[in-house]
Design a protein around this ligand. Structure first.
Ligand code: RP5
Length: 157
């Protein structure tokens, strides 16, 4: 299954390219879309309603400011939505974070850290790995290498 990376603006790509890179490293097919909940609401609805039928398994939704993109998409699909709050100019991303994390009961959106693009991709991979043993093995190997890197770290002083 594919992962959709949806961003509210092209200006989010500098942050979200890390998600695309991580998915690529794991061999997970993804596509990137600029869809805004407020600037292109019809497109947002169309994408969410057809995402499952179009072969997507997870949607990553990144937005800044009043970041309602993830919630809007989640209202129209039962695919898991992973929200990435983009660091905003005015409030440093706190507005984005709170807009995503405080979803009212009934329509969940998994919320990553501010600018947490890489973890969004990893979380999507975790979800897809539930039904994909080869992908699950890749995650194990990723963790093994990550652990080894910490164990090998030397502090020079
Ligand atoms: C949101 O507004 C986008 O997700 C972006 O993070 C923020 C600013 O967008 P631009 O004004 O840069 O297009 O919709």
């Amino acid at each position: 299954m594919k992962v959709a990376i949806i961003m509210g603006s092209t200006s989010d790509w500098g942050t979200m390219s890390a998600a695309a890179e991580t998915l690529k490293e794991f061999g997970v097919e993804s596509s990137v879309h600029v869809i805004s909940a407020h600037r292109t609401p019809d497109l947002a609805a169309d994408f969410a309603k057809n995402a499952k039928a179009n072969g997507y398994g997870v949607i990553i939704a990144a937005a800044g400011g009043a970041a309602h993109l993830g919630g809007v998409l989640a209202s129209m699909t039962t695919l898991p939505i992973i929200g990435v709050p983009i660091k905003s100019k005015a409030l440093g991303g706190m507005d984005s974070l709170l807009s995503i994390v405080q979803m009212p009961s009934g329509i969940p959106v998994a919320t990553m850290a501010i600018d947490g693009a890489k973890n969004a991709a990893l979380y999507a991979i975790h979800i897809l790995a539930l039904n994909d043993e080869a992908l699950s093995a890749k995650l194990d190997e990723f963790r093994r290498k990550q652990t080894q890197k910490v164990l090998d770290a030397k502090i020079e002083f």
